[in-house]
Every structure is written in structure tokens, then in C-alpha cells.
Ligand binder design. Structure first.
Ligand code: MRU
Length: 346
């Protein structure tokens, strides 16, 4: 297998053009057919990209949250109707509720604002510091993902076939990915045979994004419908399941893309290890258990594009896998059993 990560795009970057910051994001709504980018200096466009899933994936929206605060800080504050930085930060953090990384990214930016204001710095210094923060977060995210990848690859047997759900890949992060970071590291070590990608109804992050990303990177990938996972596992074709996370509660319960719970139940039934790969920033010690996690409910049109009279549609974007079904949580600082999480974090 010839792994070629240089064929993968940078999911989100920040740069200055003519002294003005520009946030550049690959528009994931158009993949796998068109590779196009959103370029903006307007924080509201970043919020819109997060809400519409143009940019998605927990670590990526964490960076985008900080980048949106940064763009707001660069805008001159000229009218009463314009949101203050605090109001904008609240709106940015509320763009999606489940992935804790979004609020974490916004908080990180707003802590810098508060520290610099206490130190008596003016708006220009604050805006410059936030620009540096965003560049730093992008580099940090890739480094964190590469460490997750190394830690996770060590758990996989030689000649391993991995099943994954949703897209916890490079596209869901600044670069490299969490669950797919484990895949890439295993491929770099010559341990990986193949990836099975669940298509991931209703939005198709597996069918549209994971298979595009893996095939670009040179990783052998087989796309399956979500309802094929049981038979593929039952046929003995899967050695490990590796998925990402949007929020990990203090007790080790994990919120991730809808359908993850079903995959975890199947993995337990067939005796296949079920791994979560996520940065420490996805662990939310302020949330005690999975039942405390707010699950985003999305538009019914994602499930049923043309309504049918008399038919109700439910569309929760995430579900919660109980800690007891999780074999281990792979982070940048080590691999933890869910029950060890509290001790590991203290
Ligand atoms: O709705 P999405 O596409 O943002 O959901 C993404 C997921 O559920 C991912 O698995 C999770 O964010 C981990 S990404 C490294």
C-alpha cells in the first residue's frame, strides 16, 4: 500500500491577505465530487459553515470556533446593532451543541481576550493574539492526531482490517484525523490490510467523505451500507472497530455520530474490540454521564427530503455508547479504559 497523505487537503487554514485575516475551509457538502473552498473574513460565514456541515467533525469545528472569534475580533466595532465579542462568542459556541470541542475552541479564544484585557492591551493586540492562537491550534491539532494515531496503531494486530463509522478523518480535523489517524499510522507501520467504511445515514459522512479521503490517501477501502456491518463482522472480516467522538463524559460514555451505538453493540456481540480515538479536548469532565449530553436534532429533510403527510421523522445527529461497550479510549497522551478516565484526568 502506497500511503500518500500529501493528497489530502488542509481542512481549515488561517492566513492574512493584505493585512486581513482569511479563514479557508474545504466545503465538505460538495465532496466527493467537487473540491471547492470557502474563503471568508466574516465570522458569520464560519458559523454558517458549521451549521450546514460545510465544515464538520469535532476537532475541526473546535478550530473553526476559535477562528470565528478571531474574525469577529478583527472587525471594527462601529454600530450598536453589531454583536459584541461576547455576544458573537455565545452565538458561535451555540452553532452545534453536541461536540464539546466547539465550546472548548471558543473558550480558549475568549480566555486570551480576557487575559489581554486584564493586562490592559487594546483591540489590535487582542486580534493579533487570536490570529496566532488559530495558527497554533491548527498545528497542535495535527500533532495531537499523529500522537493518537501512534498510540492507536500499537493496539492493532498485523494485517488488520478496521471498520469505521462516520468520518473521523483528516477532514474532521485540521489534518490527519483521529480514528483515521489510527488507520494512517497503522498503514505507515505496514499493519493495515483494509478499512470498511459504513455509509453513515442520513448525511453520508462515510459514503461521501471517508471513502474519498481514504482512497485519495491510498488506503484500501470498502464502502458498506450501515445495515451490512453485522454481516461483515459476522463473516469474520473485521479485526477492530475504530471511531471518533464528539463528547466523552467523565464516566466514559461516548457521544458520536448516530449509528455508533449499534456498531458498538455488534462489536460486543462478535467479540471485536471497539476503540474510541479522540483528543483530550473531547473529554468533558463537566459532564458526568452520557445522559447529560445534549444531542443535536437536525432537519427532517436530511432523512426524508420530500415530506410525506402523516409521517413524522426523527433525526438525532448523535447517539451515546455506554462506557461498558468501549474497549479503550485512545488519546494523544495514552490509551485508557473508560473506567480509568477519572483517575487519568486528575
Ligand atoms: O455531524 P458531524 O459530521 O460533525 O459528526 C462527526 C462525528 O460524529 C465524528 O465521528 C466526530 O466528530 C469525531 S471527528 C474526529
Amino acid at each position: 500500500m502506497a500511503l500518500n497523505l500529501s493528497k489530502l487537503p488542509r481542512t481549515i487554514t488561517v492566513e492574512k491577505r493584505g493585512g486581513v485575516p482569511v479563514v479557508r475551509m474545504i466545503d465538505q457538502r460538495l465532496l466527493p465530487y467537487d473540491e471547492a473552498y470557502i474563503e471568508t473574513s466574516d465570522w458569520r460565514s464560519v458559523v454558517d459553515a458549521i451549521k450546514t456541515l460545510a465544515l464538520r467533525g469535532a476537532p475541526a469545528i473546535g478550530v473553526a470556533g476559535a477562528a470565528a472569534v478571531m474574525l469577529r475580533a478583527w472587525e471594527p466595532f462601529s454600530s450598536d446593532s453589531q454583536e459584541s465579542l461576547d455576544e458573537a462568542a455565545d452565538q458561535i459556541a451555540a452553532a452545534r451543541p453536541t461536540a464539546v470541542n466547539l465550546a472548548w475552541g471558543v473558550d480558549r479564544a475568549m480566555r486570551i481576550v480576557a487575559d489581554l484585557q486584564v493586562a490592559g492591551e487594546g483591540p489590535v493586540a487582542v486580534a493579533e493574539a487570536l490570529f496566532s492562537l488559530c495558527q497554533g491550534m491548527i498545528a497542535e491539532d495535527e500533532a495531537v492526531n499523529r500522537a493518537i494515531g501512534r498510540n492507536g496503531a500499537a493496539l492493532l494486530p498485523p494485517g488488520c482490517t478496521v471498520l469505521t463509522h462516520c468520518n473521523a478523518g483528516s477532514l474532521a480535523t485540521a489534518f490527519y484525523g483521529t480514528a483515521l489517524g489510527v488507520v494512517y499510522a497503522a498503514a505507515e507501520e505496514g499493519k493495515l490490510r483494509r478499512v470498511y467504511a459504513d455509509e453513515t445515514r442520513p448525511v453520508g459522512q462515510g459514503a461521501r467523505l471517508t471513502v474519498w479521503e481514504l482512497s485519495h490517501a491510498g488506503v484500501p477501502v470498502t464502502l458498506i451500507c450501515d445495515n451490512m456491518a453485522a454481516s461483515v463482522m459476522g463473516a469474520g472480516k473485521v479485526d477492530a472497530v475504530v471511531v471518533g467522538a464528539d463528547r466523552i463524559a467523565a464516566n466514559g460514555d461516548v457521544a458520536n455520530k448516530i449509528g455508533t451505538l449499534g456498531v458498538a453493540v455488534l462489536a460486543r456481540h462478535f467479540g471485536i474490540p471497539f476503540y474510541i480515538a479522540a483528543p483530550r479536548s473531547t473529554i468533558d469532565t463537566g459532564t458526568a454521564t452520557g445522559s447529560d449530553i445534549v444531542i443535536e436534532q437536525r432537519d427532517s429533510a436530511e432523512v426524508l427530503p420530500r415530506p410525506i403527510e402523516g409521517v413524522e421523522v426523527e433525526n438525532p445527529a448523535f447517539d451515546v455508547t455506554p462506557a461498558e461497550l468501549v474497549s479503550a479510549i485512545i488519546t494523544e497522551t495514552g490509551v485508557f479504559r473508560p473506567a480509568q478516565l477519572q483517575d487519568a484526568l486528575s
